[in-house]
Design a binder for this molecule. Structure first.
Ligand code: ZN
Length: 408
């Protein structure tokens, strides 16, 4: 299984200058690869592998290329060919695309070390140090430890437009090292959970927990303010450029907060339960009212589900997406459908009299559908009304964050 972990990095001024110098050499290498690809005959170019054999000649001709890590230099040549094949893929899909462009400094802001030339060390608490060959030590904020079984395949260090540095580890965990998922027959209403991904930005579980989503109102307010300021600046002026960076900084801050929170919630879920069932978003998106800025919401949920799925592999938890249609209307007890307006917060079944919170009912339906999906019936000794807690227990975001932060 392949996945990535990303951390903020804090190089000293001196190391940052060195990084920038290296990035610029790599940018020249990228542009030179492009030049040779278009000007040399196909014997020595045409694939990353063939092109790598050009590197000794490069170094003789331009000693600047000896200043950077040799493997990383190869990786930059490979990047050109990766971009090339992405481009032809897009062409095949019928998209109108041009040729690969020469990269200006602004467009080329990262280097990738592949296999060798890096080391993660001094990992203690929330700090760690990344060592890069020919560059040196870079402190990182190690807020999520790498899983023990993970192999680090590549390390990318990037300078964002905001001026902040980030390190991304490309990781691989051998299938054999992943924990086994619990036997499907062992799943029951107490070790499994159905989740209603509320349109109001929170999660309701079938066992009666609600987790409030992050309150980002203050952050969004600040974003609007900075964007208003930007709209008053003269495009292209240095003040505009400065303000553009301010806007990017706020956006990045929001994105990071959301990612961090999603990491914690998903970790909490896969550690707490043996099986987690969620609604299939593709269907849900079409069903729900589209007035509520669905797109951003959908993107956030999609990210949440893909995180959940990858953590489920790491922790040995079942994650199953179930049909979303009708989870709100259907009665979790008797199955009779009753239409509900969005403001009706209670489920009150006209057929069997079952009464419960609207979202708890939906979450319970998700749990039942999950069992069905895995070929399990609803456990007979667990009537829906006893599986459902009578009181909704609100799990504060803080508590989840604390629980989640204990692990990866
Ligand atoms: Zn009913």
């Amino acid at each position: 299984m392949e996945y990535t972990h990303r951390y903020p990095a804090y190089p000293t001024q001196e190391v940052a200058a060195e990084l920038e110098h290296h990035i610029d050499i790599h940018r020249q290498a990228y542009n030179y690869t492009r030049y040779e690809y278009t000007h040399l005959d196909a014997d020595s170019t045409g694939s990353a592998y063939k092109h790598h054999s050009r590197l000794p000649d490069w170094k003789d001709e331009f000693p600047v290329f000896t200043e950077v890590n040799a493997k990383a230099l190869q990786r930059t040549v490979t990047l050109f060919y990766d971009n090339l094949s992405n481009l032809s893929q897009q062409k095949e899909n019928g998209n109108k695309v041009g040729n690969l462009k020469w990269k200006s400094p602004r467009e080329f802001q990262s280097i990738t070390y592949s296999q060798h030339g890096f080391k993660l060390k001094n990992t203690s608490g929330r700090r760690a140090t990344l060592w890069l060959s020919k560059i040196g030590d870079i402190p990182i904020r190690y807020h999520r430890p790498l899983p023990d079984e993970a192999d680090i395949k590549e390390v990318t260090i990037k300078k964002e437009t905001t001026g902040e540095w980030f390190v991304t580890f490309a990781l691989e965990t051998d299938e054999a090292d992943l924990p086994e998922k619990p036997d499907v027959d062992s799943l029951n209403a107490s070790n499994s959970v159905g989740i209603d991904l509320g349109i109001l930005n929170y999660i309701q579980t079938s066992d009666g927990k609600t987790v409030d989503w992050l309150d980002l109102e203050g952050e969004y307010e600040r974003l609007r303010r900075e964007q208003r300021k930007l709209s008053r600046k003269q495009r292209g002026s240095s003040n505009y450029e400065k303000q553009r960076r301010e806007v990017a900084k706020v956006k990045r801050h929001i994105k990071r907060k959301v990612e961090d929170f999603q990491h914690k919630i998903t970790t909490w879920l896969v550690r707490e339960y043996d099986a987690v069932f969620v609604e299939d978003l593709d269907v849900k998106g079409m069903l729900e009212d589209s007035h509520l800025a669905r797109n951003t919401q959908d993107a956030a949920w999609r990210q949440f589900i893909s995180l959940l799925e990858y953590k489920a592999e790491l922790y040995g938890t079942h994650v199953v997406q179930v049909e979303a249609a009708g989870t709100t209307k259907e009665c979790a007890k008797c199955g009779v459908e009753t239409a509900k307006s969005i403001w009706v917060r209670e489920h009150s079944c006209p057929s069997c009299g079952f009464e419960v919170d609207r979202d708890a009912n939906a979450a319970m339906n998700v749990l039942k559908r999950g069992f069905a999906e895995l070929g399990l019936g609803w456990p007979e000794d667990t009537p829906v009304e006893t599986a459902l807690p009578t009181d909704t227990d609100s799990v504060s975001a803080k508590r989840v964050v604390e629980a989640g932060s204990l692990g990866a």
